[in-house]
Design a protein around this ligand. Structure first.
Ligand code: G3I
Length: 315
């Protein structure tokens, strides 16, 4: 019986998991499974702005550092999440004037990326900059204060901070071809023309039975821009309680998404957004839905695990 990790290593892909620092430090079962089954880690919360710069100029890297240390002990890479977002960003940032906000953004990107240079090789530079309606830019405080140029500006600061890092634009509901992914495509194309972006992160918070039929073509069009793609936050939620048929459908869905990445040279990998179902953000935000991950609450692999394993070529 091979692991996800061994199978992914064999085909040169990342298989990642979003991790919680407290569980990593305090739960040996959690730690062992994360180390055994995955070759890449993303901080679920610990590298976000409210964690790394809660007060202006006061940087706190303890949580992110604990994840990096764990990853290094276990020969895992770390995907950085995230530098510029509208959520989990302290109010002190949101209340700045335009000039102050731009310089705070530069200082944040520079300081965080400098701190992790050599340890974190890929970054979600901007997260969720496109809205859910008509592909308009999200009407965030970033856009309101700085105008649409803030996106390219963030990538320029990131490129300058760590020229060796792969820089991603990351968003949800961009797995299918449609207004939102079209806008991401246009933004990515503009950034690619200036050599400011290296990849597109498709979060892939999916609904059972709804892997988009256009997902393969969508990934391909980003690759055709010369970019990498990455499935950055995969989970597939089920109306609760989940029955056997639903778990079988979930297996097929996980397998399909993972195969799309495995079959695409320029797809760097797949990260699942949490270890066990009980670790997931989904039930908090979508009451009545859940069971969206690869392991049950007792650390046992679900059918979805076998789907991912098969897609990675493991048995
Ligand atoms: O840290 C506090 C803790 O002190 C407090 O006791 C507790 C009470 O609710 O809250 C804790 O903070 C929570 C934090 O997760 C850490 O557990 C926040 O309330 C909660 O809102 C936060 O949720 C995170 C969410 O992002 C915030 O937007 C989820 O864990 C995290 O999975 C989720 O991840 C996002 C990605 O970053 C971007 N894409 C979507 C994805 C899912 O929403």
């Amino acid at each position: 019986q091979t692991t996800l990790r061994d199978s992914a290593d064999a085909i040169g892909k990342d298989i990642g998991v979003a991790v919680d620092v407290n569980k990593l430090q305090n739960d040996a079962s959690y730690r062992n499974l994360v180390a055994t089954e995955f070759n890449s880690l993303t901080a679920e919360n610990a590298m976000k702005w409210n964690a790394t710069e809660p007060s202006q100029g006061q940087f706190t890297f303890a949580g992110g550092d604990a994840i990096v240390d764990f990853a290094q002990q276990n020969d895992q890479s770390v995907h950085g999440h995230t530098l510029v977002w509208h959520s989990q960003t302290p109010s002190w940032v949101q209340n700045l004037s335009a000039a102050q906000m731009q310089s705070a953004m530069q200082n944040h990107i520079t300081t965080v990326m400098d701190h992790y240079e050599g340890d974190v090789a890929t970054w979600d530079v901007v997260n969720e900059v496109v809205s859910d309606s008509n592909g308009a830019l999200r009407d965030s405080f970033w856009l309101q204060r700085l105008g649409e140029g803030y996106i390219a500006q963030a990538f320029q600061y990131a490129r300058a901070a760590d020229p060796n890092a792969d820089l991603y634009i990351n968003d949800y509901s961009i797995e299918a071809i449609g207004a939102k992914s079209d806008r991401i495509y246009t933004i990515a194309q503009g950034l690619a023309n200036q050599d400011l972006v290296d990849g597109v992160g498709l979060q892939s918070h999916l609904i059972l039975g709804q892997v988009p039929s256009t997902m393969e073509a969508n990934l391909q069009r980003f690759v055709d821009l010369g970019l990498k793609v990455r499935i950055t936050e995969l989970d597939i939620r089920i109306p609760m309680p989940a029955d056997g048929n639903e778990l079988a459908q979930q297996k097929a869905d996980f397998q399909r998404v993972t195969e799309l990445c495995a079959d695409l040279v320029d797809c760097s990998g797949v990260t699942v957004w949490g270890l066990r179902d009980v670790d997931s953000w989904v039930p908090d935000v979508f009451p009545g839905e859940g069971a969206p991950l690869l392991f049950d609450d007792n650390y046992n692999p679900k059918p979805a695990y076998d789907g991912v394993l098969a897609a990675l070529g493991g048995t």
